[in-house]
Design a protein around this ligand. Structure first.
Ligand code: C5P
Length: 291
């Protein structure tokens, strides 16, 4: 059976526009898939969905988004006789803002669409992805995209800029719901996405570095001074910019090339439990037909 690579993501910009009546927040964000992958192995089996995972701290039942993705796809397909045995080799740290769980869910939808021979187009998978979580639809596309609504409205940007990153996670995680709760009530929202789109089109890492913005960065650094120190270290090591990943707790630094990113990550690995270098990824080009 083939292995499926489930990428991480970063948000190059993340503007929270305001709270909605349903309790979620409207946002505008430029997100990019990152070549740091969990590896998902699937084996078809009748009726039963079973999950194992290399990370002992992750639940292997319906609390796991990958499991829920399989269950939800099966119920939408009205095919209860289908089953699958899933193993996830975790490489992406949890509670880091890197979208590991959301990516796993989207990868499951794509993989099971193949394995169960549903052959559904992207259009039919997108609403199921949105039910699983705000970040899940983005991972059906990958690449670089503009996210709107609560994050579930995805417009691919077609940027081919490959950015070189060092990613660092400190020894604590941040819950997304907590981070949203910390945002000040009265704020005048920024609109950072258009500046980022232009910076990406220029292909100049310095310009991209200047255009980085994340509304969660200031609140997270205020609550966790250790994050400010990671920013400082990344910049001392030559980053053209650094930013919190999603709602944290990981921070990425943007480097001129992958060798510089790898050197910085190797240095930071001495002081932090997780540090690695990775590049942003192109959009997924495979069997799914778009619209
Ligand atoms: O959609 P997801 O389950 O990933 O969201 C996790 C939590 O993050 C939500 O329960 C909500 O508190 C918060 N959230 C939000 N606005 C968004 C996305 C997430 O308030 N656009």
């Amino acid at each position: 059976m083939p292995d499926y690579l489930s990428p991480a993501k970063i948000n190059l910009t993340l503007d929270i526009l305001g709270r909605r009546p349903d309790g979620y927040h409207n946002l505008e964000s430029v997100a990019a898939a990152v070549g740091l992958h969990d590896i998902i192995t699937l084996r078809p089996q009748p009726e039963k969905i079973a999950l194992t995972c290399s990370a002992p701290y992750l639940p292997c039942d319906a609390r796991n988004l990958a499991y829920r993705a399989a269950e939800l796809l099966r119920s939408h397909a009205s095919l209860p006789e289908l089953g699958v045995s899933i193993h996830i080799e975790k490489r992406i740290p949890a509670q880091a803002g890197l979208g590991g769980g959301s990516g796993n869910a989207a990868t499951m939808l794509r993989a099971l669409n193949e394995l169960w021979e549903l052959r559904w187009p992207l259009d039919r998978l997108l609403p199921i992805a949105a039910l699983l979580g705000s970040d899940v639809p983005f991972f059906l596309f990958g690449g670089t995209a503009l996210l709107q609504g609560r994050g579930e409205r995805v417009s691919p940007l077609g940027s081919r800029a490959s950015l070189s990153l060092a990613l660092v996670r400190p020894d604590f995680g941040i819950s997304t719901a907590w981070a949203y709760g910390q945002l000040p009530q009265k704020r005048s929202p920024r609109r950072s996405a258009e500046t980022m789109r232009q910076a990406l089109a220029s292909g100049d890492p310095l310009q991209v570095g200047e255009a980085l913005h994340n509304d969660f960065d200031a609140v997270a650094c205020a609550a966790f001074p250790a994050l400010r120190r990671i920013h400082d270290r990344l910049r001392q090591l030559g980053a053209a910019g650094s930013l919190l990943c999603g709602s944290g707790s990981a921070v990425f630094g943007l480097f001129p090339d992958i060798e510089a990113a790898a050197r910085a990550a190797a240095t930071l690995a001495c002081d932090y439990p997780f540090a690695c270098a990775a590049r942003t990824e192109d959009m997924r080009h495979d069997t799914l037909s778009a619209r």
